[in-house]
Design a protein around this ligand. Structure first.
Ligand code: ARG
Length: 464
């Protein structure tokens, strides 16, 4: 009888007449990826056990035994000595089984008033919460590194582009600050998501709550949750908080990817605006002259998998009736890979920001091509009284003449400029310089060097 029982599924043997096949065992098991939740699983179990004891649902003696067993299990896991068994399906059953081996009946009482459904939902929330805090810290590091880069180049001029065509001169510091803004919003988004992550599912049990006199607020407080989940069916089944997290992560990667695209273009020898330190690049196995921007290219590529994980989780959720379904076990790998990818990427990018060498001459030369100060000439005419549309037309004629002659607007003499408008005077030459152009955009959010410095100071104060 005993031998027969042990051949059956370990956790619910009495109900079953035959063991699952090895293939099904492997198919349904999650232990090889969800063992990553071991720490938070134990943290959740200890909070639950403390509450059970406080409410006299288990004895103080049982609570002490559970704590002793869990301490040892944690040591075994940290030392790499814990034996994870596929037969025990997931992280929760592996730990509970070992606890029972170590402390006997007290271990068997831990699961009173609880189900793996509310247990796993709690674990994932604890996990996501701590990774949000890590990511917010890394976003801060990245922003600080970008602020240093922006500060070094508050006065460095390059062409700003629209449609990939030279548009108007800007400062490189200002360009870098655009990413500081994006990563700032990314951090805000993560912290906003954290509010909805930080609620306690435990107490929902399998789906309907429990008959034991539990104290959910007590467990929430122990675990640092702001509140409990207020509907047991919702608590065990929805993973919207993880989806939201993945959406915020996908936006981080999208911003990283846009920046990567620019780094790749800027480092192309045809553009030559920057160089990236060797430690972020690789060579070619066949072309000895090559130095490839592998890190930004890979980051751009890895954005695809993070975006994909978001879609995977949305799709995982969309067909599920209330309450818990095993589908939800599939939330973990996309979530874990999202975390790993975002964390590695942010760490590397914070380091790489200080490994970017800017080439101001190349940037300046590019800004001098493409009539980047044409808008400044039009604005000048408007300030002298010409309606903007007429000014736009006058400058279009001037640009046309320069294209024909192969020169820049600033190469035209005053007499030549008079052909296009009599309003133009000698003070125009100051306006047509790159420095004059950027310095004139002197308002909050503008590219003028003193605005760049003010924005850096504002950001530093926020991050202090
Ligand atoms: N491994 C499961 C998961 O990741 C734990 C919950 C299992 N609950 C159940 N009723 N089968 O979701």
């Amino acid at each position: 009888m005993t031998a027969q029982l042990s051949k059956k599924s370990e956790a619910w043997s009495a109900r079953f007449n035959e063991p699952v096949s090895d293939l099904v065992k492997r198919y349904t098991a999650s232990v090889f990826f969800d063992k990553r939740l071991a720490q938070v699983d134990i943290q959740g179990s200890l909070a639950h056990a403390e509450m059970l004891a406080y409410q006299n649902i288990i004895s103080q003696q049982d609570h002490a035994e559970i704590k002793r067993g869990m301490t040892q299990i944690l040591e075994e896991i940290n030392a790499g000595k814990f034996e994870w068994l596929l037969d025990l399906e997931d992280v929760h059953l592996n730990i509970e089984k070992r606890l029972t081996e170590l402390v006997g009946d007290a271990g068997k009482r831990l699961h009173t008033g609880r189900s793996r459904n509310d247990q796993v939902a709690t674990d994932i929330r604890l996990y996501v919460r701590s990774e949000i805090d890590n990511i917010v810290g890394l976003l801060r590091d990245l922003r600080l590194a970008l602020l240093d880069l922006a500060e070094q180049h508050a006065d460095t001029i390059l062409p700003g582009f629209t449609h990939m065509q030279v548009a108007q001169p800007i400062t490189f510091g200002h360009h870098v600050l655009a990413y500081v803004e994006m990563f700032g919003r990314d951090a805000e988004r993560m912290l906003d998501c954290r509010k909805r992550v930080n609620r306690l599912p435990l107490g929902a049990a399998a789906l309907a709550g429990t008959t034991f006199p539990i104290d959910r607020e007590r467990v929430a407080k122990t675990l640092g949750f702001d509140d409990v989940c207020h509907n047991s069916l919702d608590a065990v089944s929805d993973r919207d908080f993880a989806i939201e997290f993945c959406a915020a992560a996908a936006l981080i990667m999208t911003h990283v990817s846009r920046m990567s695209e620019e780094l790749v273009i800027w480092m192309s020898p045809r553009v030559g605006f920057i160089d990236i330190a060797d430690r972020f690049c690789t060579g070619s196995s066949i072309m000895p002259q090559k130095k490839n921007p592998d890190v930004p290219e890979l980051a751009r590529g890895k954005t695809g998998r993070v975006n994909g994980h978001l879609i995977a989780l949305l799709t995982l959720m969309k067909g599920q009736p209330l309450a818990y379904n095993k589908d939800n076990q599939e939330d973990k790998e996309p979530l874990f890979d999202t975390v790993d990818t975002v964390i590695d990427t942010l760490r590397i990018f914070a380091d790489m920001a200080s490994g970017i060498t800017v080439k101001p001459e190349a940037m300046r030369a590019a800004a001098l091509q493409g009539y980047a100060t044409a808008t400044d000439l039009a604005d000048y005419l408007v300030k002298k009284g010409l309606p903007f549309r007429d000014a736009h037309e006058a400058v279009a004629h001037a640009v046309r003449a320069c294209v024909d002659r192969g020169c820049d607007l600033s190469d035209l003499s005053l007499e030549e400029l008079h052909v296009f408008s009599k309003l133009i005077e000698a003070d125009i030459f100051e306006v047509l310089t790159l420095e004059g152009s950027v310095a004139a955009r002197d308002h909050v959010g503008g590219t003028a060097p003193n605005q760049v410095r003010a924005a850096i100071a504002r950001n530093r104060a926020q991050l202090a």
